[in-house]
Design a protein around this ligand. Structure first.
Ligand code: LHQ
Length: 260
């Protein structure tokens, strides 16, 4: 049987590929379990300094698997399923102390879109579409979509995306700030790999601290956020990479960051 998620590591970059292409990488239990384990593996492995999440085949992910074997017929407690299967994954992505790039190669629907948006940098191919599919089947957005959307695109657009629930082409997603960059289909993965390879040579610890600061920013007032920056910058100032960054600047040479 094929693995529902493929994990590969090369030159400091881990690539996680959702691998149920026959159902557009719909999320069932085995896929979610392996995906969550693989994100933790990338977080824990010192050799990994950047992560790409992408999909096999023509989709990124069609969201929760709506097949009878996964979703059943009625008596499923979706709140419990979210708490046990989805929340650990979304939190692990947000708290991951390394940059995550989602390379959205096709449709990202429902919780599949939430996973794409949980990354630090969202790239999409020209043919990708984003779909808040939830209300189409009688649900509200979950797995972080109601958190990310208003923050990324503003409340008016978030509400329209949720309620109108139509496919949003990648170019429009880029225009409203859901996507960092759109690339021709065949260039998406090479570009993501190139960007990840670059991020993997940068001061990984500073990225981890920057992620903490950005995560905290969303719930802080200015005074609290300034204090958060000071607390985290104290840590950054004690890293080998900060010493190296300053030494390289003074010597007018390229820095050699170790991620520590
Ligand atoms: C699928 C799926 C799918 C299974 C395509 N499942 N097979 C919900 C419940 C539980 C807990 C937590 O949270 C959630 C949150 C959610 O994620 S709710 C949202 C769930 N997702 C959707 O409602 C999207 C359903 N899919 C679609 O609307 C379409 O498939 C999209 C727009 C994604 C793609 O359309 P097309 O490009 O036209 O492809 P297709 O519909 O022909 O799909 C290809 C195959 O994939 C097809 O199988 P088949 O055997 O006919 O070739 C689909 O049945 C299968 N598939 N999505 N979610």
């Amino acid at each position: 049987m094929n693995e529902p998620v493929i994990y590969a590591l090369e030159n400091g970059v881990a690539t996680i590929t959702l691998n149920r292409p026959e159902v557009l990488n719909a999320l069932d239990e085995p896929l979610l379990r392996k995906l969550t384990l693989d994100v933790a593996r990338a977080a824990d492995d010192e050799a990994v300094r950047a992560l790409i999440v992408t999909g096999a085949g023509r989709g990124f992910s069609a969201g929760a698997d709506l097949g009878a074997s996964n979703t059943g017929s009625g008596a499923v407690d979706l709140g419990e399923r979210l708490r046990t299967r989805y929340h650990p994954l979304i939190l692990a992505m947000r708290n991951m102390p390394k940059p995550i790039i989602s390379a959205v190669n096709g449709v990202a629907a429902g919780a599949g879109m939430s996973i794409a948006l949980a990354a630090d940098v969202v790239l999409a191919s020209t043919s990708a579409v984003f779909l808040q599919a939830f209300t189409r089947i009688g649900l509200l957005p979950d797995a972080g979509s109601t958190y990310f959307l208003p923050r990324y695109v503003g409340e008016m657009r978030a509400r329209a995306l949720v309620m109108i629930a139509e496919k949003l082409p990648a170019a429009d997603a880029e225009r409203i700030g859901l996507v960092w960059k759109v690339l021709p289909d065949e260039e998406l993965l090479p570009y993501a790999q190139q960007l990840a390879a670059h991020l993997a040579t940068m001061p990984t610890k500073a990225y981890a601290l920057a992620k903490q600061a950005l995560n905290a920013s969303l719930g802080n007032d200015l005074g609290e956020q300034l204090e958060t920056e000071a607390r985290l910058q104290r840590e950054a100032g004690l890293t080998e990479d900060f010493q190296e960054g300053v030494a390289a600047f003074r010597a007018k040479r390229a820095p050699d960051f170790k991620g520590r």
